[in-house]
Design a protein. Sequence first.
Length: 326
Amino acid sequence: MFVNNSQSIKKNIKLSVSLVTFNHEKYIEQAIESILMQKVNFDYEIILGEDFSSDTTRDIVIKYHKKYPDKIHLILPETNLGCSGQKIFVQTLKACQGEYIALLDGDDYWTDPDKLQKQVDFLDSHPECAICFHDVTTFFEDGSQKPRKYNDFEPKKISTLENILKCNFIPTCSTMYRRGLFNEFTDWYDSVICGDWVLHILNSQQGKIGYINTDMGAYRVHSHGVFSGMTKIKQLHEVITCYEYLNKYLKFKYNKIIKFETAYKYQDLALAYKDNGDLDNAKKYAIQCRQLLLSEPFLLIIAVIKLLKRIYISKMAAYKLHLNKT
């Protein structure tokens, strides 16, 4: 692992942009250009980790480095570091020197030239927040679905660790956080796919999460995406594994939240396996869901309330659809 240009320690770097890429020759220029178009009143750097792609991604990022040698700093491993990109992600973050760090993947991009300025201003004026994020548009490269908002609900203006534990509502390409909120990454970090979610949880132990209700980025769903390219069943298994690690790491302080969310992931797994015609696994995870909910009466009560809420929302949606048709 090495940084290909001698990056001296710089002072007064307000922001570092962490950009990680692998086999993104179709997308990486758009990602880089969306950073370079930013209008800011502070100094920033781009730390770009390129994980030994098999296409022309490395040639493209080297071209940009030569054009902007004082702005773009490359991390170029001599072999692919693997671990679904978590190792190159960590190396890139460790090289960042800014007071704040903004995240961007090489297949996503920003759409608002004032994005970085707005987020820096937010963190400057909200010292209680460790992280801030904004809305982005999710679009599907194959055109299978229409573009939509990343979340199907409106995030709170201010959220906490308890909220982010329930689900990852922070799009990676919208993230900005204060550097140095924790000492080291966990020893199991390379073992999980949901590295951005774990990072948010590590950071939110030290502060709140602020939301800027403005669409300023684009999240691309395509078949080669690390997470979006997985089947739903694989995604659910990865989230459950993540919960197991997190529960131990947090010393079971949030055990009820994690057990409840795990139970619902078991339920989703049961339904996914049923849809695939795998009735044995469908039954297996339905039983695990029931056992987990029955293990604590509190979880069962919450589950019933949540189920009733889902039924109400579903009926209201059906009613609105009926009104629209008539």
